[in-house]
Structure formats: structure tokens, C-alpha cells
Design a protein around this ligand. Structure first.
Ligand SMILES: O=C(CO)COP(=O)(O)O
Length: 252
């Protein structure tokens, strides 16, 4: 039905110095490169120049974990899409639940960042997902719908087709309590339907949707076996070279 290319993205969060990042990369080079699977490392800003350099001539893409929505200006401590593009970064994670929770990132800011990404030739990985109490209250799909619709506001169909969505139930992040693959498929299939409602079925069929939350080498294949799950956004298990390589291999 679709020819979506599976995409495994490691989200290192606030881990690794430049030398640790370069050493990691030298170990995954040639290994976390599997035909038919896209491999992306989303790393701290400080490591990006070295990683982009190390990734030259490989099929591994480099991503950032945040971007400011303005191109430049008096925004102390922020990094813009212009700066990331200049480095050679391809992807940027937007709206991770940790940024929503600890840095007051609203749906509106997420949307502005999605626009800033496209303006600067970066591809957004937009994170959506419910809190435990929202899940228990039966609000999972409603929460994902609101977050997805907000993120895509004013985004053209051609751009939308290039967005990667990461469905990350917050209660599954870093807890070892992963969603079952059936539950993840249920929500991700629903999110695809939300995109179809905003655009059309062809656009929705083009969008890649990852699952994230305690994905490990031993469960990645199970998620990948589901119709609508096109990859994984992985925190903890992306930090060790052998584990990251196994994730990419498991996504074949
Ligand atoms: O937040 C995540 C990826 O963005 C998931 O983290 P873990 O894989 O450590 O649960």
C-alpha cells in the first residue's frame, strides 16, 4: 500500500560530549547503515558539527533536538534553523514531551517551529503523545488529535508528506513500560487518519509515523510489524553503539 521508508532515530537527549559522540559514530559507521532503513542520530547541539563531518559519505543522517522559531534575534541561548541548516543537519525533533513539560513548549510554539524547519530546509520529527492520566481517562486519541492538528496548521500538503510524526506515550518514556505494539498501532493508525482528515489519503499514506517509548533491540521488530508503524524514536537504547546498530537492523 505504501512505500514509506522505515526510519530509526536515536534521541540522545542531554548525553554525550563531542569526543563521546565521535567515538560512538566511528563504531556505528558502516553498521547502522542498512538498505531500506533510514538511520538518524539526533544529538546535542555541541556535538552536531563533529557528527555532520563524521557522517559525510555515510547514509546516516544527523538531527537536532530543538530549534528556535525565529531565524535570528535577541533570544539568548537559542539556536535557529538557519544555523542548523548551515551545519548540514537534516532533521530536527520538535515538541518532545520533555520540552513540552520542562520548557513550556505549547502546541502553538510547536507549530511555529515546524514552519521554521521547512523555511530552512530541515525535516521535522514532531512528537505527540498522552500523559498517563490522560490515557487512564480515555483521552489518548483526543490528545494526539489536538497535538497533531496544531502542529500541521498552515503546513502545505507537500510539506506535510515529509513530516515524521513520533507517537510517544509519556508514561512509556524511559520507564521500561512500553506500549504494546497493538495499542501503538491503534493510536498511530488513528493519527494517520487525522492527517488524512487534514489533507487527503495520499498525504497521510506518505507521512512516516514512529513509535517511541522504551523501544529496545528486542522489541523493535514487533513494532515494525504493525501496518502503520514506520519506525522508532529511541532514547536510552540509542546511546550504546551495539544497541543502536541492533535497532537499525531490527527495523529491516
Ligand atoms: O523519549 C524518547 C525518545 O524521544 C524515548 O525514550 P526511551 O527510549 O529512553 O524510553
Amino acid at each position: 500500500m505504501s512505500n514509506r521508508k522505515p526510519i530509526i532515530a536515536g534521541n540522545w537527549k542531554m548525553f554525550k560530549t563531542v569526543s563521546e559522540a565521535v567515538s560512538f559514530f566511528s563504531e556505528i559507521k558502516g553498521k547502522a547503515e542498512v538498505d531500506g532503513v533510514e538511520s538518524v542520530i539526533c544529538a546535542p547541539f555541541t556535538t552536531l558539527p563533529a557528527l555532520v563531518e563524521a557522517a559525510k559519505g555515510t547514509s546516516i543522517a544527523i538531527g537536532a533536538q530543538n530549534v528556535h522559531f525565529e531565524d535570528n534575534g535577541a533570544f539568548t541561548g537559542e539556536i535557529s534553523g538557519v544555523m542548523l541548516k548551515d551545519l548540514g543537519v537534516k532533521y530536527v525533533i520538535i515538541g518532545h514531551s520533555e520540552r513540552r513539560a520542562y520548557f513550556a513548549e505549547s502546541d502553538e510554539i510547536v507549530n511555529k517551529k515546524v514552519h521554521a524547519s521547512f523555511k530552512n530546509g530541515l525535516l521535522p520529527i514532531v512528537c505527540v503523545g498522552e500523559k498517563l492520566e490522560e490515557r487512564e481517562a480515555g483521552q489518548t486519541k483526543d490528545v494526539c488529535k489536538v497535538q497533531t492538528e496544531a502542529a500541521f496548521q498552515g503546513v502545505s500538503a507537500a510539506q506535510a508528506a515529509e513530516v515524521v510524526i513520533a507517537y510517544e506515550p509519556i508514561w512509556a518514556i524511559g520507564t521500561g513500560k512500553s506500549s504494546t505494539s497493538e495499542d501503538a498501532q491503534d493510536v498511530i493508525g488513528y493519527i494517520r487518519g487525522v492527517v488524512a482528515g487534514l489533507y487527503d489519503q495520499a498525504t497521510a499514506d506518505a507521512v512516516r509515523i514512529q513509535y517511541g517509548g522504551s523501544v529496545k533491540p528486542n522489541n523493535v521488530a514487533e513494532y515494525m510489524g504493525q501496518t502503520d508503524i514506520d519506525g522508532a524514536l529511541v532514547g536510552g537504547a540509542s546511546l550504546e553503539p551495539a544497541s543502536y546498530i541492533a535497532l537499525v537492523e531490527g527495523a529491516k
